[in-house]
Ligand binder design. Structure first.
Ligand code: GAL
Length: 514
């Protein structure tokens, strides 16, 4: 054979054979997470049919299975593959992947990488090795559980007749929260007037969890030496203490969660004096199917009720599976409606303006939509933008859960968070969530029915100041000459039939019309 032909055939690309591709592929990555190392084994199980394939993606973090998701739309084309990992509930967008076979390894990356920044979904190329010919996923036997009891609506626990108000450690402190900081925040909440303005539920978010003792009682870790003493401290200050867990085996920071220990955990928290529970789905996908989600939440709601203590139940599952339709029936007092907020205008405004539409019909006394904790005071937005954040959350009848370092807040932030008139709009006893009445590009008029009138917000989401106008008839006010009050400038306004005003960019004019 002439020499050049041999070299050509050696250099010819290796074309992926469907039969070689079928099977189980794996990669292991180690990344720091909080204080703990995080070792993730990503397994992709592919089952080919000709040039197409389906499959299952399984992720195991620090030895615990935390995601099981279907793979669909797989295509093999020469050395390249493309496929989608579907959202766990099969409703969300899912993620598209592309892979290439190189020297027998599969080098995988996201087909549409997200923009850099905070949040889930960062994914560099990873190299997978084929580890077996297995083409079907089977649930590990230790994760199989008896069916949850049938879901049946439970009556309200009577709590949270107005949207809960308080503070939560996550947005500012993440894993760096401890007993000492909680006490200092409590002191600052009292000294700043925030407690008297209504912010009473102080919640320790993720990373308080230690190990279970031999009786299965979950112990706090070394950051929280005595939870009962901490709750007593809160109560002595006229405050309440909240805590965090989840229905799965692990929390979002991959610490011990409540799966299989719902009753014992609820009793433990009641004995400590806990008043509020945030219950985060996060990696419960590893043990539960989508249709089990309402039942998994109800299981904890019933455990809390059986604990003998009044505990507000906050669902955190990012609005999946139309939670507003079943959150209250599952025993929830509030439920998150979206993924995590971050401290910037785009995140806050998208969550607040765009993702709450239509949800007002399911909110009311005892059961609230939760557009996530506030970022006011964390530094990523201007004063004007934080006022819009506060105004929007009040219009939404949202839980007002602050999330900044109260110890070092300045007077501007304090005055935004403690504006009594804005808080009164949020806390109005009619419990009606506000909604958009009109949208002209970046300019939005919202109304929130109040027990004695209506709150009206003129929001300017655009990049320049704008003149905005509203007629009272648009917001359901028919009586002539209503009493109009601007709750940020604390001025009464003479505006018999409507109002025109300059609204700064990203700014808000917030009125009550009575
Ligand atoms: C997320 C949750 C956040 C925070 C975090 C803690 O799932 O949405 O609010 O609780 O987990 O790990």
């Amino acid at each position: 054979m002439p020499k050049f032909l041999l070299s050509v055939s050696l250099l010819a690309p290796f074309f992926l054979q469907a039969a070689d591709f079928s099977g189980t592929w794996q990669a292991e990555q180690s990344t720091p997470m909080g204080q703990a190392p995080r070792t993730q084994i990503s397994t992709y199980i592919f089952k080919t049919a000709g040039e197409s394939f389906t499959g299952t993606f399984v992720s195991v973090v620090n030895g615990v299975q935390d995601q099981v998701q279907a793979i669909a739309n797989g295509r093999i084309d020469g050395n390249a593959v493309t496929f989608d990992v579907l959202a766990w509930d099969h409703r969300g967008a899912g993620r598209a992947y592309k892979g290439e076979l190189k020297d027998g390894d599969l080098v995988l990356s996201l087909a549409n990488p997200p923009q850099a920044g905070r949040g889930r979904g960062n994914f560099g190329p990873i190299t997978l090795k084929k580890v077996s010919a297995v083409t079907e996923f089977t649930m590990p036997p230790e994760l199989k559980h008896d069916p949850l009891p049938a879901f049946k609506p439970i009556p309200s626990n009577g709590l949270a007749q107005t949207p809960p108000m308080g503070w939560n450690s996550w947005n500012k402190f993440n894993a760096r929260i401890d007993d000492k900081t909680m006490r200092e925040i409590a002191d600052a909440i009292v000294a700043s007037g925030m407690r008297d303005a209504g912010y009473v539920y102080l919640t320790i978010d993720d990373t308080w969890e230690g190990k279970r003792d031999p009786r299965g009682v979950l112990q706090p870790n070394e950051k929280f030496p005595d939870m009962k003493a901490l709750a007593d401290y809160m109560h002595s200050k006229g405050l309440k203490l909240g805590i965090y867990s989840g229905p799965g085996l692990r929390t979002c920071q991959r610490l011990e969660a409540s799966y299989g220990h719902e009753n014992i955990d609820a009793k433990t928290w009641a004995a400590w004096g806990i008043d509020y529970l945030k219950y985060d789905w996060c990696v419960s996908n590893g043990v539960y199917q989508p249709e089990e989600m309402p039942g998994a939440y109800q299981k904890m709601a019933l455990a809390l009720r059986a604990s003998g203590r009044s505990i507000i139940f906050s669902l955190c599952q990012y609005g999946w599976l139309d939670v507003g339709e079943w959150g209250a029936a599952a025993g929830g007092n509030l439920w998150r409606t979206t993924g995590d907020i971050s401290d910037n205008w785009n995140s806050m405004s998208h969550i607040g303006f765009d993702l709450q539409t239509g949800r007002e019909k399911v909110a009311g006394p005892g059961h609230w939509n939760d557009p996530d904790m506030m970022e006011i005071g964390n530094g990523g937005m201007s004063t004007t933008e934080y006022k819009t954040h506060m105004s929007l959350w009040a219009m939404l009848a949202a839980p007002l859960i602050a999330g900044h370092d109260v110890r070092s807040m300045n007077d501007t932030i304090r005055s935004i968070l403690t504006n009594k008139e804005v808080i009164a709009i949020d806390q109005d006893k009619a419990g009606r969530q506000g909604f958009r009445v009109r949208q002209d590009g970046d300019l939005e008029i919202w109304e929130k029915p109040l027990s004695d009138g209506v709150a009206v917000a003129l929001f300017n989401r655009g990049g320049e100041g704008a003149r905005m106008s509203v007629e009272w008839s648009e917001v359901g006010v028919t009586r002539p000459n209503p009493k109009v009050h601007d709750v940020w400038s604390h001025q009464d306004i003479d505006a018999p039939a409507g109002y025109s005003v300059d609204v700064p960019w990203h700014g808000t004019v917030l009125l009550t019309v009575k």
